[in-house]
Ligand binder design. Sequence first.
Ligand code: COA
Length: 202
Amino acid sequence: MRKLAIIGASGHGKVIADIARKNGYKEIVFLDDNENIQVCGNYPVIGESAKAENMDADIIIGIGNASIRKRIQEIVPEANLVTLIHPNAVVAEDVMVGAGTVIMAGAVINPGTKIGKGCIINTCASVDHDCDIGDYVHVAVGSHVCGTVSVGNQTWIGAGATVINNIYICPECMIGAGAVVIKNIIQNGTYIGIPAKEKNEE
Ligand SMILES: CC(C)(COP(=O)(O)OP(=O)(O)OC[C@H]1O[C@@H](n2cnc3c(N)ncnc32)[C@H](O)[C@@H]1OP(=O)(O)O)[C@@H](O)C(=O)NCCC(=O)NCCS
């Protein structure tokens, strides 16, 4: 198996390294633009993210911020990008998962769903049947997206939030932790509470 470079030496990166290890990677290194960070968990930080442009390694981005993740993923040659799925995630056979996406332990993704590129389906999150999850979306720890939901690019579904079935959420939204989305969201912004409402309107 090739070497894996994880861009972003953070807690999130550490979780990705563990998933990579469980997928058989033996040589794992980090890249990070903060030159003061020299190790991440048990792995060395060997340079800045720009190094990924011409590195002979598999590459994944371990950065939570969607716009930074997107910017960095776009400089990585597509052939080097991998998708990592924790062996204890349950992903239905026909689910399409884009390059650079990571699926953490305990996540469940049901049939007919498409997950875009550069997404994070975090620990114990679920995405039910026939959903369309855009690019660079983060479905955070313990959140649940019911069936036939469409989530636009770079939207973040916060920890423990729930989105009921047949909902559309537009790109670049922040759904607060614990929110319950029961209506379509057609304007980008931050939505919190039960039922979820735009933060400024609270
Ligand atoms: C929604 C969120 C982005 C708002 O952050 P913020 O703009 O910094 O908001 P503040 O912390 O300044 O809070 C502003 C007000 O909104 C309330 N609020 C913030 N987040 C809330 C939430 N998720 N649900 C309900 N109310 C919330 C605060 O209590 C505060 O109310 P007050 O003015 O009456 O005291 C953030 O609180 C959040 O939920 N982030 C999700 C993080 C997450 O899921 N991480 C998972 C990592 S895997």
